[in-house]
Design a binder for this molecule. Structure first.
Ligand SMILES: Cc1ncc(COP(=O)(O)O)c(C=O)c1O
Length: 355
């Protein structure tokens, strides 16, 4: 498939890196591609960023048949621009798509098109360390008709947003509410797919938690309301008795790319790592015995988010005297150094947009 490029004739003014925040500013261009049953994916094109028209009857508005992913590009000290594990993000996009009957995109072609998009908008990649370019590949069902069944037609688009440093003043440990009423997902449901329904399911609990002064909620499993799942848009790790523990991928949580990277780094350093079920009661017991030393979340946006407090029913679990622990710090530094090209990428995670 060829990629048609229509450059903007009215480039936007860049926003200074220290005013970027997350997800409000978009670059000059976007990538688009359409699907129809007789021709498959076709008409790949880069166009100026802007609205597109869909009929109010379009399937995605009614039945939520859509998936997305989120990945980042970084400017390295040498001036190169590199994507962090784009193949794994595109593979996950297709895995999510399969769960809601959306036909897969060609990952190799899409990676080339993504690189082209970033090359075109290269000036938008922030220069300040810690800032990056966030990419949002999205697949939506576009048939203009009601009735619950998979759409015949689809649109793929990628929008790109320069984002600010998550921790401009250094790490800010977060307080998390362990959610014991609302449920995000169950095994066999949609939890492992990056599909909008999961985020809609999370909003009420997150709003309630924020009103009580917490940053996010930690989800428990939907059946026993006991086993730890994940945080808002992050996977979760615990350091218990010098072992790094994270819940297993059993169908209700997202297979995080950062999660996978953290496990690879920790194993390479010789740390004991376990992917196993952990009950909230196990966490309380480990804390009571002085064995729970660190808790952190992992995700593309923040990379690593130290947790200083978990609140469950009437229990407040203060972690490591609210200070960032050594494992959390070491993992954060290792990952961000690889992303910024400051240390060698032994894992082949970084993909240059120039190649
Ligand atoms: C529900 C959920 N869990 C976990 C993650 C972390 O995944 P990743 O590390 O691939 O960003 C995300 C973010 O994408 C998410 O939305």
């Amino acid at each position: 498939m060829s990629l048609h490029i229509l450059r903007t004739t009215t480039p936007k003014r860049r926003v200074p890196d220290d005013q970027l925040g997350f997800g409000h500013v978009f670059t000059d261009h976007m990538l688009l591609m359409d699907y129809a049953p007789d021709v498959g994916w076709h008409d790949a094109r880069i166009e100026p960023y802007g609205p597109f028209a869909l009929e109010p009857s379009t399937i995605v508005f009614h039945y939520g048949q859509a998936v997305f992913d989120g990945l980042k590009a970084f400017r390295t000290a040498s001036g190169d621009v590199r994507l962090f594990r784009p193949q794994r993000h595109l593979r996950r996009l297709n895995t999510s798509a399969a769960r809601v009957c959306i036909p897969p995109i060609d990952e190799t072609f899409t990676l080339q098109a993504l690189k082209e998009l970033v090359r075109l908008d290269a000036d938008w990649v922030p220069r300040t360390p810690g800032c990056s370019l966030y990419m949002r590949p999205t697949l939506i069902a576009t048939d203009p008709a009601l009735g619950v069944h998979p759409s015949r037609t689809y649109r793929f688009f990628v929008i790109v947003s320069p984002v600010g440093a998550y921790y401009p003043e250094g790490f800010k440990p977060i307080k998390i509410l362990v959610e014991d009423r609302h449920v995000r997902a169950v095994s066999g449901g949609l939890g492992a797919a990056k599909t909008p329904a999961n985020y809609a399911a999370s909003l009420l609990a997150a709003e309630e938690a924020q009103a009580k002064g917490f940053t996010q909620v930690l989800w428990l499993d939907g059946i026993a309301h006991r086993y730890i799942e994940e945080v808002g848009s992050m996977n979760i790790f615990f350091v218990i008795d010098d072992e790094l523990v994270t819940p297993p991928l059993e169908g209700s949580i997202l297979d995080g790319v950062t999660r996978d990277s953290v496990i690879a780094l920790a194993q390479n350093w010789g740390l004991r790592v376990a992917e196993r079920r952990i009950g909230i009661d196990d966490i309380l017991a480990a804390h009571g015995a002085g064995k729970l030393t660190e808790v952190f979340g992992t995700g593309t946006a923040a990379v690593i988010s130290p947790v200083c407090e978990l609140y469950y029913k009437a229990h407040t679990i203060v972690i490591n005297n609210r200070k960032v622990g050594p494992v959390t710090q070491k993992i954060y530094e290792a990952l961000t150094s690889i992303q910024q090209g400051l240390t060698p990428d032994l894992y082949g995670w970084m993909v240059s947009v120039l190649g």
